[in-house]
Design a protein around this ligand. Structure first.
Ligand code: NAG
Ligand code: NAG
Length: 291
């Protein structure tokens, strides 16, 4: 090796390491992964894409969508919900396929009157069938600060997490005839809209437009998931080298089971699995899922 090529090598290594450091420090901007679905009055892209506000007022709801579709991975957003009187508002954050046999994984934040707790409703649609709602209250005020809401999605399970605490798990129960979300690419979406027909205290409290605009804020736009290119899902299905497929992520760790038990015992307010008025027979996956 000549001195010259050695020096060139060294420089390349230094440049590469610097790139990694910069990469680790610079937050992913909104525009890298997402597109707005509304006009600039209803979505404000701030701090060079470091944060985004979604605005709901009398004129329009608002939302954004990922540029790409994914099959398996880790999806996360940090959200600060509408402060004050948010009754009637729904802030939804979900993944969904755009097929007839709809697949969807939902977080829905249901607003409330000032001082009353937000409800976080989750749901799973697999091959067109939903009706799997669960609701929790949160152990913090979600309007005071940003908190992380994430989904870990692999071939074995889908974990819903709030600040790294699992609040729900939907296991792959295909072996007992329950459809799982492992064929269809899904986009990532968020929106804020008027859901006052049903959202707050069963629809009895309506949205108060004199409080508009209602603003939900977002940051942390990285997506660590298998991107589906040209509708070809095979590479994502066959790929076992991604971290979220590793054995450690195929079931909950014991600490996570403790956390989930704590959520179920203290914060769960509705569970479709326990609603015998609505479902005469319990859905088969209920016996399998830890919550
Ligand atoms: C709103 O507050 C009421 C009263 O505390 C509570 O019963 C309800 O679950 C809360 N959430 C929603 C979305 O209505
Ligand atoms: C597996 O997926 C990752 C991205 O998630 C990609 O970089 C890699 O090339 C894929 N490997 C195969 C064998 O498809």
């Amino acid at each position: 090796m000549t001195l010259h090529s050695y020096m060139a090598d060294l420089v390349m290594t230094i440049v590469f390491v610097m790139f990694l450091i910069v990469e680790a420090q610079v937050p992913v901007s909104f525009t890298q992964n997402y597109l707005s679905s509304t006009d600039p009055n209803h979505i404000r892209v701030l701090n060079a894409g470091g944060s985004v506000d979604l605005v709901l007022d009398q004129y329009s709801a608002s939302g954004f969508a990922s540029k790409n579709k994914y099959l398996f991975g880790f999806i996360e957003l940090q959200i600060k919900l509408v402060p004050g009187n948010s009754a009637g508002t729904v802030t939804a954050y979900y993944m969904a396929s755009d097929t007839m046999q709809h697949d969807e994984i939902d977080f829905e934040f249901l607003g409330n009157v000032s001082g009353q707790p937000y409800s976080l409703q989750t749901n799973v649609y697999a091959s067109g069938t939903g009706d799997r709602e669960q609701r929790i209250n949160l152990w913090f005020d979600p309007t005071a600060d940003f908190h992380s809401y994430s989904l870990l999605w692999n071939k074995q399970q889908i974990i819903f997490l709030v600040d790294q605490t699992p609040i729900r798990v939907y296991m792959n129960s295909e072996d007992i005839g329950v459809p799982y979300l492992n064929q269809q690419p899904m986009g990532v979406y968020s929106s804020i809209w008027n859901g006052d027909q049903w959202a707050t205290q069963g629809g009895s409290v309506k949205l108060d437009w004199t409080m508009a605009p209602f603003v939900a804020s977002y940051q942390g736009f990285s997506i660590d998931a298998c991107q589906v290119q040209n509708a070809n899902t095979t590479p994502c299905i066959a790929n076992t080298s991604n971290w979220w497929e590793y054995v450690d992520y195929q079931m909950l760790a014991s600490r996570q089971i403790n956390d989930l038990t704590w959520v179920r015992d203290n914060w769960l307010t509705y569970n479709y699995c326990a609603d015998r008025r609505r479902f005469k027979t319990q859905a088969p996956e209920c016996a399998r899922n830890p919550l």
